[in-house]
Design a protein around this ligand. Structure first.
Ligand code: GDP
Length: 365
């Protein structure tokens, strides 16, 4: 899963991205992240793993991870090829979701590209570039379909849909504000339009605004209201504070520092959780003496495909998934005790894996 960080210059993207790379997941597990300087990989925090490690006396914890991609350089005019515009837009096409950083902090020392701090204007500027880029793609597609329609009348439905997408864009609205049935949704997805991608707005605030999650910052409120109109999430962070947190060596230090700020979790952790939620992702867990580990799947994934995340052999030779919920396992203390109480289920290939399932796959090799 890959998220692209976008936003106007000087809003705090690099500061946030650097915090992400600093906090980075152990690179041994994710070799690719050391190669591309624009990609940062972070672990998805999951307290359940710590508890499982105790229960199983495991040697180590392996968290699941998500990738953030720094898409700096998006400026007004990017869709017209200004700056390195088109290159950045094509980078956004490759991500699963967009993290849109907006500046909600005042600081006379940090220049704003448009002269004043106004998060809604900033959001509009970026969104318009994405809309222009989508319009260009749709224009080409509509021309192609119109031509093909002469030979194949069945394409009329598709053309009507393309035209309705175009009407939304021309109204300066994002495709993600539209609602579709399942089949249409799948088709729209194949168009890979930038404005159909899910978005999280990150309101970058000053330290003082963190404790009440930006509630007393009018700019944050406006961002929230806007995000609500398109059912997008808003996460309040202070990029500068995240940078400081990422310098801390241990979890204890991090916790202490957060406590002094009156916070339970870092902005980065909030962002990771929001991204997970946004993309409809859940984790299932595996546990043994060697390691306890979390695996990312889409909500709705069935047992064999979940097993396929671990190894393709498991999916191919799937027999059963010995499954227990994390809560049950913790309640009974050991797998053996849970089995005695009948809390361990043998699930078949139609079983839809749930968040927090601890699974041992049985399969033929
Ligand atoms: P980018 O162009 O969006 O990548 O922005 P940068 O991360 O380079 O930040 C631009 C400037 O704003 C830098 O001087 C940062 O130190 C500063 N900055 C970033 N986040 C904050 C913040 O939360 N508060 C304040 N006061 N300054 C910030």
């Amino acid at each position: 899963m890959k998220l692209g960080i976008v936003g106007l210059p000087n809003v705090g993207k690099s500061t946030l991205f650097n915090a992400i790379t600093q906090a980075g997941a152990e690179s041994a597990n994710y070799p690719f992240c050391t190669i591309d300087p624009n990609i940062g990989v972070v672990s998805v925090p999951d307290e359940r793993l710590t508890k499982l490690k105790e229960l199983y006396n495991s040697k180590k914890i392996v968290q699941t991870a998500i990738e953030f991609c720094d898409i700096a350089g998006l400026v007004k005019g990017a869709s017209k090829g200004e700056g390195l515009g088109n290159k950045f837009l094509s980078n956004i096409r490759e991500v699963d979701a967009i993290v849109h950083v907006v500046r909600c902090f005042e600081d006379p020392n940090v220049v704003h590209v448009d002269g004043s701090v106004d998060p809604l204007r900033d959001i509009e500027t970026i969104n318009l570039e994405l809309i222009f880029s989508d319009i260009e793609i749709l224009e080409r597609r509509i021309a192609k379909t119109t031509k093909a329609l002469k030979a194949d009348k069945k394409l009329q439905g598709e053309l009507d849909l393309l035209n309705s997408l175009m009407a939304t864009l021309e109204d300066n609205k994002n495709i993600r504000t539209m609602e579709f049935d399942e089949e249409t949704e799948a088709f729209v997805k194949t168009l890979n339009l930038l404005t159909s991608k899910p978005v999280i707005y990150v309101a970058n605030v000053c330290e003082e605004d963190l404790a009440d999650d930006g509630a007393s910052n009018a700019m944050v409120q406006r961002v929230r209201e806007f995000a609500d109109t398109e059912s997008s999430d808003t996460v309040v962070v202070s990029a500068q504070i995240e940078a400081e947190i990422s310098e801390l060596e241990t979890e204890e230090e991090k916790k202490e520092f957060l406590e002094t700020l009156g916070l339970e979790q870092s902005g980065l952790d909030k962002l990771i959780k929001a991204s997970y939620h946004l993309l409809g992702l859940i984790s299932f867990l595996t546990a043994g003496e060697m390691e306890v580990r979390a695996w990312t799947i889409k909500r709705g994934t069935k047992a064999p495909q979940a097993g396929g995340k671990i190894h393709s052999d498991i999916e191919r030779g799937f027999i059963k998934a010995e499954t227990i919920s994390y809560e049950d396992l913790v309640q009974y203390g050991t797998m053996a005790a849970a089995k005695e109480k009948g809390a361990v289920r043998l699930e078949g290939k139609e079983y839809v894996v749930q968040d927090g399932d601890v699974i041992l796959f049985k399969f033929n090799v």
